[in-house]
Each structure stands twice: as structure tokens, then as C-alpha cells.
Design a protein around this ligand. Structure first.
Ligand SMILES: Nc1ncnc2c1ncn2[C@@H]1O[C@H](COP(=O)(O)OP(=O)(O)OP(=O)(O)O)[C@@H](O)[C@H]1O
Ligand SMILES: [Mg+2]
Length: 274
């Protein structure tokens, strides 16, 4: 729609972010890169990473004519995701207004631009939304529970069953993992079991390896608690966050998210955590 130098000028004049190569060479390089160049940006706190991500998205739209609906932008907390979205919408609109006021040839293109089509949210909220829109006919939408519900469920189904919360071998095993007895209680046992589940359950190899340590009696009981928990979620068709991600991956591997995947061209992640 416009050239990169035009885009850069508007960013500097209207958004007051100086991205000239002589001022901010790294930001300039990151923002001006072509859409088929993958980038992994590592930079210190407050150095302008989120700014770069938002400007890259706007550059793809205004300079490379990428359809907003084919861009997915995600980050790790709901607050950050909401800020990301509002930053994209507000800067996107400032650039649009500027172009409208200067240049009437672009009016038709600019009126059609819909920044709301950009897929934003946390990874979890995006998974939930996509699964809701791509479920098998007749099946219900996924119901995702918050962490505190998952912990209560692990307590009820995993720990109170057969009074596992009183089991000395399980307690000893969990205290060992935790590295101390101070503050150890049933809620803490539930939290630790969920942590083990999240770390090893989805990796079949890790899970088998973990289970094979079952000659340690505490491990065997931990496995039973985790399996009872998973079974309960399956029966009730509920998901916690990691079950949701695993379900998403299954659907992806089965090729059932086709129309969503085909529409996507660019994926940007802020605050990637290893
Ligand atoms: N080129 C620029 N010109 C002027 N201000 C800038 C520029 N780049 C970033 N800033 C400002 O610097 C501040 C920090 O930027 P930003 O939030 O993008 O950094 P960050 O690396 O994402 O930070 P964090 O590590 O906290 O996530 C913001 O106020 C932003 O507007
Ligand atoms: Mg940031």
C-alpha cells in the first residue's frame, strides 16, 4: 500500500518512535525485514521489543499488503495480550488517519482494512477459541477451568481417593521433590502433582520413564493420582490449560484445524519463554 520510507516517516512523525537506521539500527533491521524472514529477537528489558513487534505487524499490513486476518500475535499473560491488541489497534488507526488525510488514492484500501481480524490473545485463549470453532459436528465446545479449580479437582479426585493424602510414601516422595517439609499440606501436594503432570504427562517417553520409577512406592501412587485426575477431566469433558494445549496439538496433528492453519501466514510471539 505504501513504501517502507513512507511508513518509517509516519512512525517517526505520528507515533514518535525513531526507527531510522542511524538512530536504532537493530529496530530498523527487525522492522524492515521481509515477511519471509524468521526472526528471534533477544534484547534487554525495556529495550523496545514489544514496540518492534507491533511495528512489524503494521509494516506487514501497510507496506507488504498482508491481510490482517492472516496474522497471529500472542504473548503470555492476559494483561500483556490486551495491551498488545490495543497498541496494534491504536497505532494502526493513527497511521490510517494520517494516510487518509494526505492521500485520497488510498481511501478505498484504507476503508477495507480491518485490524480486528488480527488473531490476538494468550496461547490458551487462542487454542480455546480455535477449538471452539473447529469441533466435530455435534460435540460441545471445550470448557477450560482456571488453575484453582484444577487444584481443587486434584485434591478431591487425586488425593482424597483412597485417602492418598495420608499416604506416607506419597508424602515423603513429594516432600523430597519440594526440598522441605515447611508449609507442606494437602493443597501443596495437589500443586506438586499438577506440576509433575504438566512436566511429564504429555511426553509419552517422559511419562513411561517416570512410571518405571514405580518401584519407588511414592511414584506409583503419584501416577495413580494423576491418572485419576486426567480420567475425571476426560469424563466431564473439561480441560485445564495443559490438557487444552495437548488437545490442540492432537487436533493439529490429525489435520483437523485445516481452515485455521491455511489462513495463517505470520505468527509473532512476545515474551517467548523457554
Ligand atoms: N524507537 C523508539 N523510539 C522512541 N521510544 C521507543 C522506541 N522503542 C521503544 N520505545 C519506548 O521505550 C519503552 C519500552 O519499549 P517496549 O515496551 O517496546 O520495550 P520491551 O523491550 O518490550 O520491554 P519489556 O522488557 O518490559 O517487555 C516504551 O515506552 C516505548 O514506547
Ligand atoms: Mg515488552
Amino acid at each position: 500500500m505504501i513504501s517502507f520510507p513512507q511508513f518509517q516517516e509516519i512512525v517517526i512523525d505520528e507515533l514518535k518512535r525513531d526507527i531510522r537506521p542511524e538512530m536504532n539500527p537493530d529496530q530498523h533491521r527487525a522492522i524492515s525485514a521481509p515477511q519471509d524472514e524468521s526472526q528471534f529477537i533477544v534484547a534487554g528489558p525495556g529495550s523496545g521489543k514489544t514496540t518492534v513487534m507491533v511495528l512489524k505487524i503494521l509494516k506487514f499490513i501497510y507496506v507488504d499488503d498482508v491481510n490482517p486476518g492472516s496474522i497471529l500475535a500472542t504473548t503470555f499473560t492476559r494483561k500483556a495480550a490486551a495491551e498488545l491488541r490495543s497498541r496494534i489497534l491504536s497505532w494502526g488507526d493513527i497511521i490510517r488517519q494520517k494516510l487518509l488525510s494526505d492521500n485520497n488514492d488510498l481511501e478505498k484500501d484504507l476503508r477495507h482494512l480491518d485490524f480486528n481480524q488480527i488473531v490476538t490473545g494468550t496461547l490458551d485463549s487462542i487454542c480455546e477459541e480455535v477449538l471452539k470453532n473447529h469441533r466435530d459436528p455435534g460435540s460441545p465446545p471445550p470448557v477450560v477451568v482456571e488453575d484453582f479449580v484444577a487444584r481443587a479437582m486434584m485434591m478431591r479426585v487425586g488425593l482424597f481417593t483412597e485417602e492418598r493424602h495420608h499416604n506416607e510414601e506419597l508424602r515423603e516422595y513429594l516432600i523430597n521433590i519440594r526440598g522441605g517439609k515447611f508449609g507442606f499440606n494437602t493443597a501443596e501436594m495437589s500443586r506438586l502433582l499438577l506440576e509433575i503432570k504438566d512436566r511429564v504427562y504429555y511426553d509419552q517417553v517422559l511419562w513411561e520413564e517416570f512410571k518405571s520409577k514405580g518401584d519407588e512406592p511414592g511414584v506409583e501412587i503419584a501416577c495413580q493420582a494423576i491418572e485419576d485426575y486426567i480420567h475425571e477431566f476426560e469424563e466431564r469433558m473439561l480441560f485445564d490449560f495443559s490438557l487444552l494445549e495437548a488437545h490442540f496439538l492432537d487436533k493439529l496433528n490429525e489435520g483437523k484445524l485445516g481452515s485455521f492453519m491455511e489462513g495463517l501466514k505470520l505468527v509473532l510471539v512476545d515474551e517467548y519463554l523457554m
